[in-house]
Unconditional design. Structure first.
Ligand code: CP3
Length: 343
């Protein structure tokens, strides 16, 4: 069974002898090959060049026994294609120029021909698919509407995303309209990646955990449902960072599975969602604690994932958030090996 076969079998509810494994943010930052490419090329140049983005997406697959590749891109391609000015300064997170603060700002978003400006991403998927030839599962992705809204309103990263969260309450109609626009863009972009050969897609709701249950229900879920309704029947994973309190609501998102962060107990999520795919949820910080810690934690996760004496189903081994810059490659190897050797 190759990586793609294993990923699809587990995702679609068949029993496999070990879970498939991939790692969020596996293709960037911590890898020397990526840093060498970035020394020569700007971030957006890598995204827009199918040869370079494929090279970067393949690097972790050559280094570690992973079952899936994720296309190289960023969640902020959507605000950028809408006309916001997105830049990545060194070590300070993204900056979004022309942030959304008024109705006039939203009216200025350029939604016509949006998918044409994002064609580079399905093109990158197609190119990566050609290189993989079915050996590994291939994931596309997009930012979840609330997380894209948070960056677009705030103008960059933030601890509390004050402007974005104030807007939900002070100008709920404007917030809902922006969330709907972002959701429609994400739906179109994910459909294009699936049509280009992605086996599944993941929505990253990195900042969704800032919201209360009431806020998530009112603002985030309707936008997520716009996406899953448009993608009905296709494989969609939803990652909500710091989202333990939102777990009871996630079933209403329409996603086929959830990527759990390390603060959500796997067994609790499984009890609540017996028929969804569950992915996760090793704390990326543990990869700095040495190989023994990594192996022990990975084995404990495998025990939680095992559904019966005859194997694993609807689960994907992964981290609880993106792999951190500076992560020792030996830890990544230990994690993957422990999963691969599991029986
Ligand atoms: O394998 C991969 O995961 C690479 C593809 C990928 C990137 N960003 C490339 C990237 C993916 C899946 C993302 C998702 C992403 N981007 C998220 C959701 C996941 C998460 O970590 O919560 C978020 C919140 C972003 C926004 C973003 N983009 C930030 C905060 C930053 C700066 C800090 C950083 O490195 O994460 C980026 C820039 C970015 N996106 C880089 C990479 C490799 C670093 C840019 C560089 O090389 O200079």
């Amino acid at each position: 069974m190759n990586g793609r076969e294993r990923f699809l079998a587990s995702f679609d509810g068949k029993s496999v002898d070990r879970p498939p494994v991939w790692l969020m943010r596996q293709a960037g930052r911590y890898l020397s090959g990526y840093r060498a490419v970035r020394a020569q090329h700007g971030f957006w140049d890598v995204c827009h060049d199918p040869e370079l983005s494929t090279k970067v997406a393949l690097e972790p697959l050559a280094r570690f026994p992973l079952d899936a590749a994720i296309v190289f891109s960023d969640i902020l391609v959507i605000p950028q294609a809408l006309g916001l000015d997105v830049t990545f300064g060194t070590g300070e997170g993204p900056k979004v120029g022309k942030p959304l603060r008024t109705r006039a700002d939203l009216d200025g978003w350029n939604t016509s021909g949006l998918i044409e400006r994002l064609k580079f991403l399905p093109n990158a998927v197609k190119h990566l698919a050609g290189a993989l030839k079915g050996s590994h599962a291939m994931l596309g992705f997009a930012g979840a509407p609330f997380t894209l809204f948070a960056y677009s309103v705030e103008g960059g990263s933030s601890d509390d995303f004050m402007h974005a969260r104030v807007m939900l309450h002070k100008e709920p109609k404007l917030a809902e309209a922006a969330l709907a626009t972002l959701a429609d863009a994400a739906a179109e972009l994910l459909a294009a990646q699936l049509d280009a050969g992605a086996d599944a897609v993941q929505l990253f709701d990195t900042w969704g955990g800032l919201l209360s249950q009431d806020e998530y229900r009112r603002f985030a879920l309707p936008a997520l449902r716009r996406i899953t309704n448009a993608l009905r029947g296709r494989r969609v994973l939803l990652f909500v960072r710091s989202g333990h309190h939102l777990l009871p609501l996630l079933g209403d998102s329409g996603a086929s599975g959830f990527s759990l962060d390390w603060r959500t107990p796997f067994a609790e999520a499984r009890a609540r969602y017996p028929n969804h795919v569950l992915q996760g949820n090793i704390d990326p910080v543990l990869l700095f604690a040495g190989d023994d810690v990594v192996r022990t934690r990975t084995r404990a996760l495998l025990d939680e994932m095992k559904t019966s004496s005859n194997g694993y189903s609807r689960c994907v081994a992964n981290l609880g958030h993106g792999i951190l810059p500076g992560t020792p490659e030996s830890s990544v190897e230990s994690l993957c090996r422990t999963v691969v050797d599991a029986r």
